[in-house]
Design a protein around this ligand. Structure first.
Ligand SMILES: Cc1ncc(COP(=O)(O)O)c(C=O)c1O
Length: 504
């Protein structure tokens, strides 16, 4: 094979375009046998006025179109995906096999509990395992994503304080939630959605929470603090017990954003650090491809005193050992998702957790940190760590600031160039507190050989920034689409064929 040359997707030229553009009147992807019973008209009240605008294509066109699209995609099954904060790790195929078991896949959410004992047992054991991993008392498996887990946790926080207030005779309402300035954007968004005001806590010179500044912000109006640990710079909060203690002394709760749980499994637990509420992104830490908005699962674990507020229903075990959905929970915050959550995602998490076992999960975290530190060391000469005074854990934030100053080539240009070199880029420009941030999370599943090859691509891009900057400004040139207007792509979605440009 021609090393380094871009590999073209197979297929004839002109096979691009949307499925609607392949449409031709009268073509069909399926053929039914002729009717052998009398044809009855659809009752007028159920008949459509106009046929839906569906593509009319033959089966072969349909298969080729979607296969061609899939080949244009970059995914963890085709190469490493070092997108920091997202934990795009390889998902073992055994989890897919287990999720496809007919007993799980064909179950109906309205089936009576006594016919669902296998699924309920799986959910019960998964909940117990997640509580063991996080140090929590009980958990809901209902939220479909990390962000929804955040919302769930904050509503629990609100319900708890509202009950507390009912038993207090005086004192202001708790209306604010503290969030470090490096936090993921979903944190402040969830805080607002849950009816609180978000207050930013500054980071110190080492990239950790500025504990003295935090002390000044904690008062009787604070409902709680949301914290990611290791934080979004990949650094472990060394004064974590002091931080959680500060909040508790003031009557607040402490929320653990578990997006980075994959760094600490088997080493320490949010519950042991003093957290009251934890969400887990099963689609990051355990098995399930993460991306495209889901489906995922964001189970939320809570300390003993918050169990009553968990969403309803939760699984309960009766004295005879039978399992059932417990819906009789008067203090619950209610439902966060239809039926019982994304069960197929939870089956994958179950397969991953029990497939690895306790020692295996500990090893996962050790390897995640080892890989990140190895790659950080390989890239240091071109892209130094933004906060070099604390060791990174499972991911690290480097900066392309020097490249920008010396050559005008920015983190975004580097990211686009590594696409042409065959790799998915890192996250760029997050966290916002870092100039020209490149947030890199190799994950534990990549081999040393893959890490070395990936490092070479990033270092080559850094070298080209000096020798041939126009190459980087024009990149990517090997992809079906060139540089997109990222703000427009995110804000002005055109999701349907024929969508018109929305007005400004
Ligand atoms: C630190 C952090 N918190 C929260 C989230 C939100 O999780 P989800 O994408 O599952 O909604 C993410 C997602 O990447 C994250 O990195």
């Amino acid at each position: 094979m021609n090393e380094g040359a871009p590999v073209r997707t197979q297929g004839p030229a002109g096979s691009s375009g949307t499925i609607m553009e392949r449409s031709s009147p009268g073509r069909r992807a399926s053929a039914f046998a002729p009717l052998d019973v009398p044809e009855l008209p659809v009752p007028a009240e159920h008949a459509r006025q106009a046929a839906p605008a569906l593509p009319e294509v033959a089966e072969i066109d349909l298969v080729r179109h979607y296969t061609m699209l899939s080949q244009r995609n970059y995914g963890v099954d085709t190469g490493p995906y070092p997108l920091g904060s997202c934990t795009m790790k390889y998902n073992p195929k055994v989890a897919e096999t287990v999720a496809a078991f007919p007993g799980f896949q064909r179950a109906h959410p309205l089936q009576p509990d006594h016919t669902m004992q296998g699924t309920l047992e799986m959910l019960w054991r998964l909940e117990q395992a997640l509580c063991e991993i996080t140090g929590m008392a009980r958990a809901t498996l209902q939220p479909p994503a990390g962000a929804c887990g955040e919302m769930t946790g904050l509503l629990i926080m609100r319900a708890f304080h509202s009950d507390e207030r009912d038993t207090r005779s005086s004192g202001p309402s708790r209306t604010t939630v503290l969030i470090p300035d490096a936090a993921h954007g979903t944190n402040p968004a969830s805080v607002r959605l849950a009816g609180f005001e978000a207050v930013s806590v500054p980071s110190d010179g080492r990239g950790l929470v500025d504990v003295e500044a935090l002390r000044g912000l904690v008062d009787e109006r604070v409902a709680g603090l949301m914290l990611t640990n290791p934080n979004t710079l990949g650094l472990f909060e060394e004064r974590i017990e002091e931080i959680t203690g500060l909040l508790h002394e003031a009557g607040g709760l402490v929320y653990y954003d578990g997006a980075n749980l994959n760094a600490i499994m088997g080493k320490t637990r949010p519950g042991d650090m003093g957290f009251d509420i934890v969400h887990i992104n099963t689609h990051k830490t355990f098995a399930t491809p993460h991306g495209g908005g889901g489906p995922g699962a964001g189970p939320v674990g809570v300390a003993e005193r918050l169990i009553d507020y968990l969403p309803s229903p939760i699984v309960a075990r009766d004295d005879d050992g039978a399992l059932r959905w417990d819906r009789d929970r008067p203090r619950s915050i209610g439902r966060l998702h239809g039926f019982n959550g994304n069960i197929a995602v939870l089956v994958r998490a179950y397969a991953y957790v029990f497939g690895h076992g306790g020692d295996g999960l500990t090893e996962v975290s050790e390897l995640a940190a080892l890989n990140a530190n190895y790659l950080a060391a390989r890239l240091r000469s071109a892209f130094p760590l933004a906060y070099p005074d604390a060791p990174p854990m499972h991911e690290f934030v480097a900066t392309a600031g020097r490249s920008k100053r010396q050559t005008g080539i920015r983190a975004m240009d580097i990211a686009k160039r590594v696409i042409d070199l065959g790799y998915h880029p890192s996250t760029v420009y997050f966290p916002l507190v870092v100039d020209e941030a490149m947030m890199i999370e190799p994950t534990e599943t990549e081999s040393k050989q893959t890490l070395d090859n990936m490092a070479e691509a990033f270092l080559q891009a850094a070298e080209e920034a000096r020798t041939d900057p126009s190459l980087l400004r024009e990149a990517p040139v090997t992809t079906p689409v060139r540089r997109l207007d990222e703000a427009k792509a995110a804000r002005r979605l055109k999701l349907r064929w024929g969508d018109v440009e929305p007005p400004d």
